[in-house]
Design a binder for this molecule. Structure first.
Ligand code: EPZ
Length: 417
């Protein structure tokens, strides 16, 4: 199990390039099920989750190949309709094959994703929507077994704006009979990216990026040629890494239009952030002001940036209230930050973070993807050396993070045991 060893205290300076968005690439890869033939997707990050999705699609009978940041998926033949537990347990986003498989093959058997470190993460809304579209769904031995000769358009209203729920139903609706309306739909940029990819395949979709999405079913879709948007969470993660070290960093191949809430909040802490069309310039003072955040669905402050922002607040001036409104257990990084000397008290969904002068390096453990990124950020500012265990979590969502940080001057190395 690899570890990352980080010696803190270095001011990050220089230029770093952002990779393609993991959470856009995963649904777009699943969408290739809908377009029989050779699908080519570019700007796909090289990540564990991406290869897990590729292996799952190969299990369904598709050809999968990734060369650099380009993925080719040959979906002419689908020879299986089953997404086994072994894939789903390692990556919940495997559930994204449910909608497209049902639309393409009339049947899908997908293992129910278990919970994960950050919460129970049910998929009841995915199932509710597919049933409204006429699918017969049974839950047996931990599997969702869905059947439908032909899905029909329906009006589906989500109790909660679910990102992958919106994506699953949008994909299912592209080949349904009639129009589907998704109400209280997720507005995340990754949902918009998927809609744009589906439209490029011939789908008829209006309203992606708003809370009401209308999909008119068509008879068939062609294979996709598509380029994934930049990863807004990786961009925000590097802004926090620059900020906690009082650094001066240019972040290229990003899209500031996707991270307005993050830029606004970081600006309130005292970070200077300027942008041009596809890059950001971040210059930070040696000490930032504490600010409060509440995580919300897009365009609010993203839950996937909560842990990284908390790391920043552990050494800010003042007290910060951090409220996690999306997941019920997304404070696993708090105990690890306390080991580094952070002053954090958690009551229910709110963490009170009192800034301290400095953190101290310590052995810590990553518990989930974004928590591991927050420990890297904390380690960059800590006095002494921090060793982060279980970095397979970070490899799920950040392509070559140690190389990218070393380019900015960080003293970081991977220890393979
Ligand atoms: C997506 O997860 C992202 N993953 C997550 O990113 C992200 O944190 C999350 O959206 C919220 O933005 C991918 O896109 C692959 P949700 P998803 O359905 O779709 C509840 C990362 O770090 N809910 O939007 O699974 C759910 O419990 C990952 O890259 C139901 O109750 O999240 C949660 O409280 C972590 N029933 C809320 O909705 C359902 O059927 C939002 O979850 C579905 C969701």
């Amino acid at each position: 199990m690899d570890k990352l060893e980080i010696e803190g205290g270095v001011r990050l300076c220089g230029e770093v390039s952002v990779s393609g968005a993991k959470n856009a690439a995963l649904p777009v890869m699943a969408a290739s099920i809908l377009g029989p033939g050779e699908n080519i997707i570019s700007n796909v990050p090289r990540l564990r989750d991406i290869s897990t999705m590729g292996k799952l699609l190969a299990h369904l009978g598709m050809g999968y190949h990734q060369e650099g940041n380009e993925v080719t998926l040959q979906s002419k033949d689908i020879t299986s309709i089953e997404a086994p537990y072994d894939y789903v347990k390692t990556m919940r986003a495997s559930v994204l094959v449910l909608g497209p498989l049902l639309a393409r093959a009339g049947e899908a058997k997908v293992s129910l994703p278990g919970g994960c470190a950050i919460g129970a993460r049910p998929i009841n809304l995915h199932i509710m929507g597919l049933e409204k579209m006429g699918a017969e769904i049974t839950l047996t031995e931990g599997y969702i077994h869905a059947r439908s000769k032909k899905l029909k358009g329906a009006v589906v209203y989500f109790d909660i704006p679910t990102v992958t729920g919106t994506e699953n139903l949008m994909m299912a609706a592209t080949l349904a009979d009639g129009e589907t309306v998704l109400g209280n739909a997720a507005c995340e940029p990754e949902v918009v990216d998927l809609a744009d990819a589906l439209i490029s395949m011939g789908a008829d979709i209006q309203g992606a990026g708003t809370s009401t999405i209308r999909i008119k079913g068509v008879s068939s879709l062609k294979p996709l040629r598509y380029r994934i948007i930049p990863d807004r969470i990786e961009t925000g993660t590097f802004i926090c890494a620059a900020a906690i070290t009082g650094g001066e960093v240019r972040i290229v191949n990003c899209d500031e239009g996707l991270i307005e809430a993050i830029i606004s909040k970081l600006g309130e802490t005292g970070a200077e952030i300027r942008h041009d069309s596809d890059s950001l310039y971040v210059k930070c003072p040696s000490c930032l002001k504490s600010e409060d955040i509440k995580t919300m669905p897009y365009p609010g402050f993203p839950t996937d940036m909560q842990a990284q922002f908390m790391a920043l607040m552990t050494v800010a001036e003042g007290t910060s209230l951090i409220t996690e409104n999306i997941f019920e257990n997304r404070f696993m990084h708090v105990a690890e930050m306390r080991r580094m000397g952070a002053n954090i008290r958690v009551e229910g969904a709110t963490a009170t973070v009192k800034g301290v002068k400095t953190l101290k390096g310590a052995p810590v453990m990553a518990t989930d993807l974004r928590a591991s990124a927050s420990l890297v950020i904390a380690a960059l500012a800590a006095q002494g050396t921090t060793v982060i265990d279980r970095v397979y979590h970070i490899d799920r969502g950040y392509q070559g993070i140690e190389e990218k940080l070393r380019l900015l001057g960080a003293r970081v190395r991977r220890v393979s045991l």
